[in-house]
Design a protein around this ligand. Structure first.
Ligand SMILES: Nc1ncnc2c1ncn2[C@@H]1O[C@H](COP(=O)(O)OP(=O)(O)OP(=O)(O)O)[C@@H](O)[C@H]1O
Length: 269
């Protein structure tokens, strides 16, 4: 089992302030604040519909908030000129909930696409580099020639991860990366995330419902509740927060099992 290595330097690289998102009369976030530190794996949790994905989309620029600011590397995302913003957005790797690969393209073509479109590489160079990203994501070389429909769920996640890594991102945004994977596949994927974070010096923003992921790879956890971040901190701080959702989630049977497994892993270490 991998354990978080607490790589964070404490330097804030994503700063969300007073973020408000509304769809019609439905307010999803209201004056929400959150910091993400360089080098950490931050897990974002909360009940269904609390706005975890909308928060991720707001940070990466796919959702324009009604109010508030998002600073990344100290730069104000919402007020910068489009060309500068698109430069900055290239430093994000995003893995969406359903992988979002193009079904008519092979894995290699999917991974090469951002290199051709955004880095201006020729097809041969892009496909060569794509092969390296595919290997980095833990896929066998043969997977490159396959189409998404012929891949298992775990391989699709890895292919989508390879594409998210294509442009050498500084921050990796993952929306429920282990959803739909069996426990062994999910554990292997968690391990891969930590390995990549350590090897590439990534910062990871991870939306998840997976308690094992929280206990095995997250340095800090942020809980979304009532349109805001209820608490953000190390697991022991979050677990002891006096809130009914937090208590049910972390101290229910699944939370207890994940916590127990983590303690055992620490003892074995
Ligand atoms: N484009 C949209 N138009 C209207 N409503 C939206 C839109 N995107 C999200 N919402 C609403 O915003 C709320 C938060 O959605 P979001 O997907 O962020 O929740 P979540 O916390 O990620 O949920 P889950 O854990 O179930 O994936 C939901 O009520 C959702 O229906």
């Amino acid at each position: 089992m991998v354990m978080p290595q607490a790589q964070s330097t404490g330097e804030t690289i994503v700063q969300v302030r007073n973020l408000t998102n509304r769809f019609g009369s439905h307010t999803v976030h209201e004056r929400l604040n959150l910091d993400v530190y360089r080098g950490e794996v931050l897990g974002v949790v909360g009940g269904s519909g609390t706005g975890k994905s909308v928060l991720l989309r707001s940070i990466v620029g796919l959702q324009t908030p009604v109010e508030g600011s998002v600073h990344i590397f100290g730069q104000d995302m919402l007020s910068m000129p489009p060309a500068q913003r698109s430069q900055l957005e290239r430093r994000f790797g995003v893995l969406f909930q359903r992988g979002a690969l193009f079904s008519s393209l092979t894995v290699t073509e999917n991974v090469a696409m951002p290199l051709i479109e955004h880095a201006g590489l020729g097809r041969a160079d892009a496909e060569h580099l794509a092969g390296m990203k595919i290997a980095l994501a833990g896929l066998p070389a043969e997977a490159g020639a396959q189409y998404p429909a012929s891949l298992s769920g775990g391989m699709i996640k890895r292919a989508a991860l390879a594409r998210a890594l294509a442009l050498d991102p500084a921050i990796l945004f993952l929306d429920e990366p282990t959803a739909g994977l069996d426990p062994i596949g999910a554990g292997a994927f968690d391990e891969l995330i930590v390995t990549l974070r350590d090897a590439l010096g990534l910062t990871v923003f991870l939306v998840t419902h997976d308690l094992d992921t929280l206990y095995t790879i997250c340095d800090r956890v942020a809980v979304l509740s009532n349109r805001q971040v209820l608490v953000a901190g190390p697991l022991d701080v979050v677990e002891s927060t006096d809130d009914s959702w937090v208590q049910d989630y972390f101290h229910g049977p699944r939370g207890r099992a994940a916590s127990h497994a983590r303690r055992r892993a620490l003892e074995i270490k």
